[in-house]
Design a protein around this ligand. Sequence first.
Ligand code: 9UX
Length: 72
Amino acid sequence: GTVIGQFTIGGMTCAACVNSVEGILRNLPGVRKAVVALATSLGEVEYDPTAINKDDIVTAIEDAGFEASFVQ
Ligand code: 9UX
């Protein structure tokens, strides 16, 4: 199955940040789709819950120097 998760993201100040975060997410095993919006500081990921979980996704974002917190 696929789970859809939504998160807030902190520390993005330019459009290149968005590309960076989306690239990180899309390269994670189990992530099928990732979209991040600069204006709202919101992101959405579709992922395979047997391959990755929210904690893994948050850790990957934070390792890149941003903050992330799932809201759903
Ligand atoms: Mo823009 Mo983001 O110069 O990490 S790429 S601030």
